[in-house]
Design a protein around this ligand. Sequence first.
Ligand code: GRF
Length: 204
Amino acid sequence: MTGVNRKLGILLSGRGSNFEAIHRAIAAGTLDAEIAVVISNREAAPGIETARRFGLKTVVMPSQGVPREQFDRELVRVLNDHQVGLVCLAGYMRLLSGYFVQAFPQRIVNIHPSLLPSFPGLDAQHQAFDYGVKFTGCTVHFVDEHLDNGPIILQAVVPVEEGDTYDTLSARILAEEHKIYSKAIGIILSGAYRIEGRRVVSVS
Ligand code: GRF
């Protein structure tokens, strides 16, 4: 499709393995997109170091103590400076203001390590494990003003095995995250979907 803005802005706060998976998919040619900028709100985020190593444009914007909307206005400015068309949250540990969400309507996506709407919030893998579910997984969804709430683009199911520990389960969920995030970004960039209420429906 012509005219689609394929420039991604990645926001992260930590390890950055989902960012790396997106980068890999682009390098492998399975995702037609470009990472325009990687932004971290934490100086020490390993993901930002990886992005530098990859030769990508990086910006560190320490957020501690900065009022939410003031911080988000600056963030929107940086994303716009890089002509970002789709914002990808990849382990970004900060709630977004209404201002930010409205600046990129249906152009912000997030990956969450559970089958939403079960286990939103922090440490979803632990929550699911402790609850004793037999199936969990991960979800890629559009971001709205509520936590882990927007319309769902893709999910992957991960069975909980008898011998699982929190770590083995989290590792299997993460492996699925790395597959579905790039796939979901590809769906959005293809434009071959529409949002009906909460449902993301394919159109051909
Ligand atoms: C992932 O589990 C993701 O689902 C959640 O934060 C974690 C980030 O991991 N939103 P990484 O930084 O991408 O390795």
